[in-house]
Design a protein around this ligand. Structure first.
Ligand code: HEC
Ligand code: HEC
Length: 214
């Protein structure tokens, strides 16, 4: 079988050639820690988030790229991303506080994610296949071609998705399918999410949640 591991990435580097040099955040981790006190109820004191079975999972923020975190907070405020639990907390931060909490959380070291344990071996294999090789018969590129080696993230534009809670990953893929998340540049994620079925989504979310975040 032929694989094209670098194609989507090079395409994306073209698209992002100029925008990846996002100006450095002027954030302060100490101030961020203070402003993040209200966030820990959901995202936890160490920023690892929590997966509550049968309920909404709270994503890990620890170790995510600071500029990515900052962009997400702006996107909740502009309505490009909608979530009833999260939106009020994004709204209460000033622009400076968004930069501060972004830098703070980016420096924390996450614990292992949850949610993949109950999934059977066949589905995990399918998840591994989609993440590492994609499925070109259905025009699904491998996730790591954009999300970086071992899906640990690449720069400010491509977040680390390894070691993220399964329930949260699933929710995001459905959010794109249902138009609740429209903040992806060039609709890169919408184009992928809409080609995935429920098994694909469960499979990638479970497998990714069991890989350690760096
Ligand atoms: C009541 C629970 C709750 C609180 C408190 C909360 N959040 Fe969230 N947060 C969520 C949920 C739920 C999501 C996932 C939303 C979705 O599915 O799109 C989220 C998502 C996020 C994301 C996006 C993560 C990603 O990987 O894209 C960021 C960034 C974030 N929160 C930052 C914060 C900050 C900073 C605070 C404190 C000022 C905070 N949150 C407080 C529940 C909460
Ligand atoms: C063509 C490039 C590309 C490919 C391939 C790709 N993604 Fe993404 N993905 C993105 C971008 C860009 C974002 C960030 C969108 C934003 O700015 O919020 C993203 C964000 C995500 C997020 C949200 C993470 C978070 O913290 O909220 C998830 C989940 C995700 N992708 C899953 C996947 C999965 C699963 C695959 C493989 C089936 C995949 N992606 C393949 C470009 C890509």
């Amino acid at each position: 079988m032929k694989t094209y591991p670098l194609k989507p990435l090079s395409l994306v580097l073209l698209i992002f050639g100029f925008s990846t040099t996002v100006s450095a955040l002027e954030g302060d981790a100490e101030r961020g820690k203070a402003a993040a006190a209200v966030c820990t109820a959901c995202h936890q004191a160490d920023g690892s988030g929590l997966s509550v079975p049968g309920a909404e999972s709270w994503p890990r923020l620890a170790g995510l790229n600071a500029a990515y975190i900052y962009k997400q907070l702006q996107d909740f405020n502009s309505g490009q991303r909608t979530n009833a639990a999260m939106a009020p907390f994004a709204a209460m931060l000033s622009d400076q506080q968004m930069q501060d909490v972004a830098v703070y959380f980016s420096q924390l070291v996450p614990r292992l994610a949850q949610g993949g344990e109950a999934v059977d071996e066949a589905l995990l294999k399918q998840g591994e296949m989609l993440v590492t090789r994609g499925d070109w018969s259905r025009y699904i590129p491998s996730c790591q071609s954009c999300h970086g080696p071992n899906s640990q993230g690449a720069g400010a534009s491509f977040p680390g998705i390894a070691g993220q809670h399964a329930g949260y990953l699933e929710a995001q893929l459905y959010n794109w399918q249902q138009g609740k998340r429209r903040n992806d540049p060039q609709q890169l994620m919408l184009a992928i999410a809409e080609r995935m079925n429920a098994d694909d989504i469960k499979a990638v979310a479970a497998w990714l949640s069991m890989q350690p975040a760096k």
